[in-house]
Design a protein around this ligand. Sequence first.
Ligand SMILES: CC(=O)N[C@H]1[C@@H](OP(=O)(O)OP(=O)(O)OC[C@H]2O[C@@H](n3ccc(=O)[nH]c3=O)[C@H](O)[C@@H]2O)O[C@H](CO)[C@@H](O)[C@@H]1O
Ligand SMILES: C=C(OP(=O)(O)O)C(=O)O
Length: 425
Amino acid sequence: MEGFVIEGGKPLSGSIRVQGAKNAALPILAACVLAEGIFEIHDVPRLSDIEAMCQILEALGAQVIRHQTSIRVNTRLINNYVIPDHLMSKIRSSIFLMGPLLARLKQVCISHPGGCAIGKRPIDIHLNGLKRLGVQMTEKEGVIHCYASKLIGDEIVLDFPSVGATENIMMAAVLGEGTTVLKNAAREPEISDLQDFLNKMGAQITGAGSPEIRIRGVRSLRPVSHTIIPDRIVAGTLAAAAGATGGEVLLENVIPSHLTSIILHLQRLGIEIEQGENSLRVRGPKRLRPIPAIATAPYPGFPTDMQPQMLVLLTQAEGISMLTETIFESRLKHVDELRKMGADVTLDNNTVWVRGGKSLNGTSVSATDLRAGAALVIAGLVAQGTTHITGAEHIDRGYERFETVINKLGGIMERKTGFSSCSST
Ligand SMILES: CC(=O)N[C@H]1[C@@H](OP(=O)(O)OP(=O)(O)OC[C@H]2O[C@@H](n3ccc(=O)[nH]c3=O)[C@H](O)[C@@H]2O)O[C@H](CO)[C@@H](O)[C@@H]1O
Ligand SMILES: C=C(OP(=O)(O)O)C(=O)O
């Protein structure tokens, strides 16, 4: 097993270019299935989730060649509509192949997708939306076979603005007949990036970024080149690390408007942030201020993917803060780990009460999911002494060579093999 060892107490400083967004790259790679030919996708982060998506594309018949952060996908020979179970269960984003395969091959066989253990994560909103487009489904021994002789546009009102369901339905409807109107759609920037990508291919989609997206079906799409937007959560994580350690960091390749809520909350803590056109300069204060109440919410609210990192900041802010997770049922497993490091945090259902201002101490902790892992890295950078974090594989899903980034900014973080799963107890 791989893990990380962090020596705390060093303020981060210097500049770093933020990687492309995992959550934009994953649906865009899936969307390549929609046209026959060669796509060039740039600024794709080197992450295990992206590798898994590439393996799925290959299993469907695509050729995938990676050169550094660019990926060339040749989709000409795609002819398989069955996503193997072992690949479905590797990542949550395997579900993104449903829409594109239905649009191209008129059928798809899936099983339940994998992903971080942060809640039940059902797929009913995806399935109900696709049914509205005329997709029929049968389920046998955990495998769902979906098929449609043609996809026909309709009005679809999502029960919840699910990011993945919004993207999946967009990708299915794009080659359908007539117009699909998607109401209560998710508004995340990654959805706008998908719209931009699909429109470059010849799609007719408007409204991404608002709660209503209109998709006018077209007969065919063509392959294109595209550069993925910067990762707003990685930028937020690094800003939090700089703020927590009292450092000063320049983050390049950032779209500040994608981080409005994150920036606002970091500023409430007392962290100084200067916004450039494509950059953020972050300066940590001597002392962080508590925030009485924060709750996660769909975009443009405070993102659930920044909740664990925010919790670490609150442990360092003298006074009482309260943080509520509203998107996922069990995304607070890092609370116990932070307590092991000396944080005064109490869990009440999905709300954490924080009595901040106590110093953290290095110890052995376990990353239970991707953002929990990122939070423990920040905690390790703040803590006195050495922190051992198991579960590097979770962190590698979303942060490209995290230790290299942290070391470049003056932190001390080393990847180690040979961790046993007991080292967190
Ligand atoms: C690859 C990607 O983009 N992942 C992001 C995406 O995940 P993902 O697309 O899976 O998240 P959703 O927006 O779909 O999920 C939000 C909530 O809706 C529920 N739900 C979702 C679909 C469904 O069919 N039924 C249902 O009940 C989920 O269990 C969850 O409680 O958005 C999340 C919420 O911002 C982020 O944390 C993830 O980083
Ligand atoms: C939960 C996340 O990702 P996924 O939806 O791919 O599991 C995340 O990026 O924090």
